[in-house]
Design a protein around this ligand. Structure first.
Ligand SMILES: Cc1ncc(COP(=O)(O)O)c(C=O)c1O
Length: 397
């Protein structure tokens, strides 16, 4: 049955993903089940999406009860859940106002448009370039692959969009040198996740904030992967004691329901006026109901504290693995996003984990990425660490 479905997928689905040969049918907490009834410990959470775990009852209840009332009505009307979700995001962040969309790429598109429009209204034409980081990842639309600082995502899609400058990550001199009066914004992930889990330095981020503030260049923090508790605080920028001007969110915002957003201060968001930006589905009642339930649960159930605590426990275990296995060359991350860099075939190691019933993924062929649900327990971390030890033993041999 599973093989038949995979054959059908090859026949009917665009060939854009290298998929694991598993048809997932059910999820609960940190666990997934496939069509054959095999159980997997999910240390990827749908790539940092299901932060509350799979099928969280609060999100299921919010979504199903909203579905019985109203799916969609368009942004020509006011919708109670959307207003509530925006209020909650503003209350828990630096921002005053929210624009809802459907995905991370779309959120970054909105951030780029907002930065340009803000600058255009204040300073006129010519101040429209955006500095982004080498090794970054911001999405798959034309503007966001142009912002992305990894050429492999751009191959065959020329012409790219003009107006993006790439500088090395964590290099304040390079950033300063690239600033001139054509620049309106800097876009950055505080943890470059797709790029292999590289964490921004505290001093760098502090200086970046100072420079951008001084020159009224908008600091756009892409929190699509780091937001909603993933790093051990609600948002990653909190770890740095700074506030950005625009933040993009998606992934865990609706715990698996497709929803994205940008958050900004009023002085910035007011550059958008009626007719300047829109998304048909953006923040519709279904999406907004999942945002409300997700935020409430993150707070009421102490999920972010669990992320910080279990994250420390996981890091300790990973450090021990690094000591034990010299082919583990680096451990990077914060909260519950971690990269294990290996001097070995990372894809083969990930396959080994899958065989043992643990899901994780590999970026760049050598960085194992861990992003379990933030509700993961220490006992589940132990299962991962014991399995890793067994698998790594074979890699060493
Ligand atoms: C930091 C970051 N920004 C943007 C995106 C794109 O999000 P989406 O796939 O929802 O468009 C991703 C996806 O992995 C991401 O990690």
């Amino acid at each position: 049955m599973q093989d038949e479905l995979i054959k059908k997928a090859t026949q009917y689905l665009a060939n854009t993903y290298n998929r694991f040969p598993v048809v997932v049918t059910k999820g609960e907490g940190c666990w997934l089940w496939d069509l054959n009834g095999h159980r997997y410990l999910d240390f990827l959470a749908g790539i940092a999406v299901c932060n509350l775990g799979h099928a969280h009852p609060n999100v299921v209840e919010a979504l199903t009860s909203q579905a019985k009332k109203l799916f969609h009505v368009s942004n020509l009307f006011y919708m109670e859940p959307q207003i509530k979700a925006a209020e909650m995001l503003a209350e828990h962040s630096f921002g005053d106002k929210v624009f809802f969309c459907n995905s991370g790429a779309e959120a970054n598109e909105a951030a780029i448009k907002l930065a340009r429009r803000y600058s255009w209204k204040k300073y006129g034409e010519g101040r429209s370039r955006i500095i982004a980081m080498e090794n970054s990842f911001h999405g798959r639309t034309m503007a966001t692959i142009s912002a992305t600082g990894q050429p492999k995502f751009q191959v065959g899609f020329a012409p790219l969009q003009p107006g993006f400058i790439h500088v090395p990550f964590n290099d304040i001199d390079a950033l300063e040198k690239s600033i001139d009066d054509t620049v309106c914004g800097v876009m950055i992930e505080l943890v470059q996740a797709e790029g292999g889990v590289y964490v921004a330095d505290a001093e760098y981020v502090k200086k970046l904030r100072e420079i951008t503030k001084e020159k009224d260049i908008l600091l756009m923090v892409d929190e699509v992967q780091t937001g909603m508790g993933r790093t051990g605080t609600f948002f990653a920028y909190e770890q740095y004691g700074i506030e950005p001007d625009i933040m993009s969110l998606a992934k865990a915002l609706g715990n698996g329901f497709p929803v994205g957003a940008i958050v900004a201060k009023d002085a910035v968001m007011s550059a958008f006026e009626p007719g300047t930006h829109a998304a048909t589905f953006g923040g519709n009642p279904l999406a907004a109901s999942t945002v409300i339930a997700t935020i409430n649960t993150l707070i009421d159930d102490g999920v972010i504290k669990n992320c910080a605590d279990v994250g420390k426990y996981l890091y300790k275990g990973l450090t021990a693995l690094k000591k034990q296995f010299p082919f583990v060359t680096d451990i990077r991350g914060m909260g519950l996003i971690w990269g294990i860099e290996v001097d070995a075939d990372g894809d083969a190691i990930v396959k080994g984990f899958l065989k043992e019933g643990i899901i994780l993924n590999c970026t760049k062929g050598k960085i194992l990425r861990l992003a379990p649900p933030l509700v993961v327990k220490k006992e589940e971390v132990d299962i991962f660490l014991e399995t890793a030890s067994r698998i790594f033993e074979k890699v060493k041999a």
